[in-house]
Ligand binder design. Structure first.
Ligand SMILES: [Zn+2]
Length: 414
């Protein structure tokens, strides 16, 4: 049953289409085909999750007490039906059941507005909430998650989940942070993988410290890749062959003054990680990390740009910091990589000014792509449009720093 229906029409159309390079020299039709297939894949994934949740409900009503846990049977059947491992089936089951509690998110997923990965990250943020709170989270996210990358969708869901119950979020964070470990996995052909789980700000600082060492080494002519230098540095520092140069390594906490004064429970943003409970941010600040934690209050950042010299070629100093903290991640639509370059949207040589408005944070790869033939990047207000060689256009919206921090369901304590 259900063979050769549904997406078959689209697949047939793609199969039969004449992708003639003479009629369509830039292969724009292939991009259209890729986009259409993606919609079908997402709709199918959403339907699959819906069927898993419905099967779970059906089994729960058929099996009476004393016949064991019905979910174990569903997970076992799912694993075999999909030919995936029991643990993968268990994950998929958890996602499907969680998604069924969030009808708005499920509708966006079904319509192709977010990827399965994004839907999974959103559902993951709902796991610590009770049924009523999940419904609230689902309602709050309605209309806001369409088109978001997995990371942004997950961050937004966490932001609201923290706001719905800040005390519970803080308790979950405390419990999570006590679950710290290091594990070692032998890999093939002479390499292994070391995995570390621990407090976000500490690991972020460690990661930034290794990245800084790599950039310094490469700037001085070291021809190892960034990843190679980071790995070598890590091994040398941990084994004591070399000590870290901690100077200049810092992480930021974007917060309101109320957050710091303990009168505002809205989530605080840890750039490079995402939203964290305000109580956790206060604890991090009090824990002696002041030397490497920079508190970035929302108001001063947005009003401190007036005296920048717009004719300078390079984005540096305060302006560099503001663009980096404002954009947080690479501005190419769909890319969530860390910012490595500050770019003039309208090129400096074409009269582009060195201003907040004409600046964008990009990762190395996106910066290279932007300057390839046929690519065009333009800005209108806070939005940046990326047009590809085939003429397809994609929009990057600026993450709204202040609105993001101060809106939402969080509350000011009396
Ligand atoms: Zn990028």
């Amino acid at each position: 049953m259900f063979e050769n229906v549904a997406a078959e029409e689209l697949l047939k159309a793609v199969r039969m289409h004449d992708f003639d390079p003479h009629d369509d020299p830039m292969d724009g039709d292939r991009i259209d085909a890729i986009k259409a297939c993606e919609q079908v894949v997402r709709a199918a994934q959403a339907m699959q999750a819906q069927q898993i949740a419905a099967l779970d409900t059906s089994r729960a009503s058929h099996l009476t007490l004393g016949h064991g846990d019905h979910s174990l049977s569903v997970i076992g059947e799912l694993g075999m039906a999909r030919n995936i491992s029991p643990s993968a089936a268990c994950n998929h089951y958890g996602f499907a059941v969680g998604l069924a509690r969030m009808p708005h998110v499920a509708a966006v997923f079904t319509a192709g507005g977010i990827s399965e990965q994004a839907a999974r990250l959103v559902v993951r943020e709902s796991t610590g909430l009770d049924r009523e709170q999940v419904t609230r989270l689902d309602t709050l996210l309605d209309g806001l998650i369409v088109g978001l990358t997995p990371r942004k969708a997950g961050d937004l869901a966490r932001h609201y989940a923290i706001g719905i119950d800040a005390d519970a979020a803080f308790k979950r964070a405390k419990a999570n942070r006590s679950d710290r470990f290091v594990s070692y996995f032998p890999d093939t052909d002479g390499v292994a993988v070391l995995q570390v789980r621990g407090p976000a700000e500490q690991l972020l600082a460690a990661y930034n410290s290794l990245g800084k060492a790599a950039r310094t080494a490469r700037a001085a002519g070291d021809n190892r890749t960034t990843g190679q230098v980071m790995c070598d540095e890590f091994a040398q520092r941990v084994t004591g062959l070399k000590t870290a140069n901690s100077a200049g390594v810092e992480i930021g906490l974007i917060m309101t003054l109320g957050n710091l004064l303990d009168i505002d429970d809205n989530p605080v943003t840890l750039p490079g990680f995402g939203p964290i409970p305000a109580a956790l941010a206060r604890r991090i600040i009090c824990s002696g990390g002041q030397t490497w934690i920079r508190r970035l209050f929302t108001d001063p950042i947005d009003h401190s740009l007036t005296d920048c010299d717009q004719r300078r070629r390079r984005f540096d100093g305060t302006l560099a910091k503001i663009i980096t903290k404002r954009d947080r991640r690479c501005r190419q639509p769909g890319c969530d990589s860390p910012i490595r370059h500050l770019d003039h949207i309208l090129a400096f040589n074409n009269g582009g000014l060195t201003t907040k408005v004409n600046g964008q944070g990009l990762c190395g790869r996106s910066h290279t792509i932007k300057h390839l033939p046929g690519w065009r990047v333009t800005t209108e207000g806070s939005q940046i449009d990326w047009t590809t060689p085939t003429g397809h256009s994609y929009r990057s919206k600026r993450p709204a720093l202040i609105e993001y921090v101060t809106s939402g369901p969080g509350h000011l304590r009396q």
